[in-house]
Design a protein. Structure first.
Length: 417
């Protein structure tokens, strides 16, 4: 099925016109999202071995911090409802300040594991204010006819950030330990992202499209949204799509080292995955503006699942080229998730409850991630390798592909379920 804008030249003209009028909030939101908490999931594997060496923690103990998501996941719809009622900017600004503060506190770790868990929990909780709940709401509010491509640009910048940030973090960790890495992340959020969001994103959207004020946020409203079958389907699909990516990324460098690669070569895979995410985001964004979004999501998830299968069957003496290829295919799935889900929420449900529905999907993602990410670390402790967990990730991508198709045709209006 084709969407509007099948003429590539016409679609480019629309995109350029909307960017000319909305470049300030677009850039502010993109940088804020690229250097906020979402960046952590892309680079967290760089901290696994340093934390092991500095404090003697096992990989399973380090990964267990992700169980915090079982609690913080339920905050996502609340954050979303606050954004729907007020505005994305103050939520995003507050989140960036707190994310920077908690990175600073993580740099002061002394080896007491419960403190690490506590700080990780707080980073996870308040970091939600810097994720797609706020960022995609700003972009979706300012871009209409080129929304899919605009969301793709936003998501691709996170991929580019994930590709380039290891060039700063890896040397910082080598010289100053994990503290150097945490301080680098905090500095990026506080001194780069925060000023751009503060100065470029308006407090209110011209024309009154943002914020949506005066709408209550009773629990009954969230339950009413969850009673809609397609809200539940998009939440399930998003969780099955994103959780396996985060699980693999959290152990990506150790996975490479376990396959005979050097520490530096394995760390380079983080950058490859970031570039793949950017590619997947741009590809999915351009395609959903022209074709049926569930079919696009189906295809990209199958590609990511094939990447997992290839990684397992390539063996434990894999060449750097083959490892990077597998990681690139998996990264395609990461790039597709945020962009496609954000587009589909706006396309199927409109903007009135956009951030609340996005928050509900984030809750499902966080719950799935909180379960899956620790398990991949535990799988290593139990089996001495990652193959079993990676195959489970491939199955999750396959189920996500099927779930996206279940969204069915586009509604005649966003209010239709």
């Amino acid at each position: 099925m084709a969407a509007d804008g099948n003429n590539p030249d016409g679609q480019l003209h629309i995109l350029l016109r909307e960017w000319r009028t909305a470049w300030r909030p677009g850039i502010g939101a993109i940088v804020g999202g690229s250097l906020g908490y979402s960046l952590w999931s892309a680079v967290s594997s760089l901290f696994v071995i340093p934390l092991q060496q500095e404090f003697g923690w096992s990989r399973g103990e380090i990964a267990a911090a992700n169980y915090a998501g079982l609690i913080t996941a339920f905050a996502a719809p609340v954050v979303g409802r606050i954004v729907d009622r007020l505005h994305a900017k103050p939520v995003l600004v507050t989140g960036l300040i707190l994310v920077a503060a908690f990175y600073g506190m993580l740099a002061l770790l002394t080896g007491y594991l419960p403190i690490y868990y506590l700080l990780y929990f707080l980073l996870n909780l308040f970091g939600m204010a810097t994720t797609g709940i706020t960022v995609t709401r700003i972009v979706a509010g300012y871009f209409n006819r080129s929304r899919g491509t605009a969301l793709a640009i936003a998501r691709s910048m996170l991929g580019i950030s994930a590709a380039l940030t290891p060039l700063l973090i890896h040397p910082a960790i080598e010289r100053y330990g994990s503290a150097g890495g945490f301080l680098t992340l905090g500095a990026l959020a506080l001194f780069v992202a925060l000023p751009l969001v503060a100065f470029l994103v308006p407090r209110y959207r011209a024309g009154g499209g943002e914020p949506i004020a005066g709408r209550g946020a009773p629990p009954s409203r969230m339950l009413a949204l969850l009673s809609r079958s397609k809200v539940r389907i998009i939440c399930l699909a998003a969780a099955l799509n994103y959780a396996p990516v985060v699980a693999i990324v959290s152990q990506l460098q150790p996975i490479g080292i376990g396959r005979g690669l050097s520490e530096g070569v394995a760390a380079g895979a983080v950058g490859i995955l970031g570039m793949a995410a950017a590619t997947g985001a741009i590809l999915s964004g351009v395609l959903v503006d022209r074709f049926w979004a569930p079919a696009v999501a189906f295809t990209l998830n199958l590609i990511a699942g094939l990447g997992c299968v290839f990684l397992v069957f390539a063996g434990h003496s894999i060449s750097p080229t083959a490892f990077y290829l597998a990681v690139f295919l998996i990264g395609i799935g990461q790039g597709a998730e945020i962009d496609v889900v954000a587009y589909m929420i706006a396309r199927y449900f409109g903007l009135a409850d956009y951030s609340t529905i996005y928050g509900l999907s984030t809750t499902c993602i966080a719950l799935a991630t909180a379960i899956g990410t620790p398990l991949i670390g535990s799988a290593y402790d139990l089996f001495g390798g990652y193959d079993e967990a990676i195959l489970c990730c491939a199955a999750s991508f396959g189920l996500a592909a099927i779930a996206y198709l279940a969204m069915g045709r586009y509604p005649a209006s966003p209010a239709e379920d």
